[in-house]
Design a protein around this ligand. Structure first.
Ligand code: 9MG
Length: 274
């Protein structure tokens, strides 16, 4: 079970998290949903398509992205969280800022999705004071420069050890184990070889006992393998989501919810024992 505020998810089947970026510069949907009514309409569509959670982001995290002010991020994200949560949607908010975390939780967010794994001062406390779920992601470096020269001695062991240490820090602060998800952070300070090693080793992350979220949707590693631009990476994204789930991922974070839900239905029909 995964507990996220008033939502409880059974992890017997993989969950789908749909992405809505309320940013001018995200790598796939940047600029499409800056207008709040369009973002809301898109989030509702993703829900209808079968998303279990909707991830709202007000700051681009793509390689090379520039930081956004707290007030801009709040203005982009909070109205959407309020509107979606009021309709009963489980909303995750992708942020690293404790003030945005607190405001999102007050507005009804069910999960805080932090690419910084709650390392900012005050971030753990902001989440521990509530009952939201938390997604702790691994990143080497900062979005502005992280893809310049990522280096690891043993990428799988280093990512796993970091995530377990962060999860334990959360538990020590009062965030129950059932509220914690870990994420290797595909593309965040990682080469293609690092991403592939992590994808192959999702089982070893899942063996820690924390549910694993995999975010590969439309990412550049898929383009490196297929030679396709971001707009033509749907088949690669579906294959990557299935590869992650087959190795033990509990949640996939995707742009293309309808197609991913269909692909998972086939995978489940074939793979899961009755
Ligand atoms: C915000 N964001 C972009 N990519 C992501 C990923 O792979 N995982 C998580 N948790 N968040 C992400």
């Amino acid at each position: 079970m995964l507990r996220c505020g008033r939502h409880t998810f059974d992890l017997a089947r993989p969950l789908v998290m749909g992405i809505v970026n309320v940013t001018p510069d995200s790598f796939f949907d940047g600029g499409r949903y800056l207008d709040a009514s369009r973002a809301l309409e898109h989030a509702r569509r993703l829900r209808e398509d079968g998303a279990d959670l909707i991830d709202i982001g007000g700051e681009s995290t793509r390689p090379g992205a520039s930081p956004v002010s707290e007030s801009d991020e709040l203005a982009r994200v909070i109205p959407l969280v309020e509107a979606l949560a009021a309709q009963g949607t489980a909303v995750a908010v992708d942020t690293r800022k404790p003030a945005v975390m607190r405001a999102s939780i007050a507005a009804g967010a069910a999960m805080i999705n932090d690419i910084g794994a709650l390392t900012a001062p005050g971030a753990i406390d902001a989440c521990a004071a509530s009952d939201v779920g938390v997604c702790l992601m691994h990143m080497q470096g900062e979005p502005g420069t992280m893809q310049q020269a990522p280096v690891y001695r043993d990428v799988v062991a280093e990512v796993r050890d970091f995530l377990v240490a962060r999860a334990r820090a959360c538990e020590a602060a009062g965030i129950a184990r059932e509220r914690i998800v870990i994420d290797p952070g595909f593309g965040f300070g990682k080469t293609l070889a690092h991403n592939l090693a992590l994808l192959r080793s999702i089982g070893s992350l899942a063996a820690t006992g924390y549910p694993v979220l995999a975010g590969l949707s439309r990412k550049s590693s898929l383009g490196e393998i297929t030679g396709r631009g971001v707009g033509d990476r749907l088949p690669a994204s579906l294959a990557a989501a299935l590869a992650a789930v087959a190795r033990g991922a509990a949640i996939v974070r995707v742009h293309d919810v309808r197609e991913t839900v269909d692909a998972l239905k086939i995978w489940l029909a074939v793979d899961v024992k009755a």
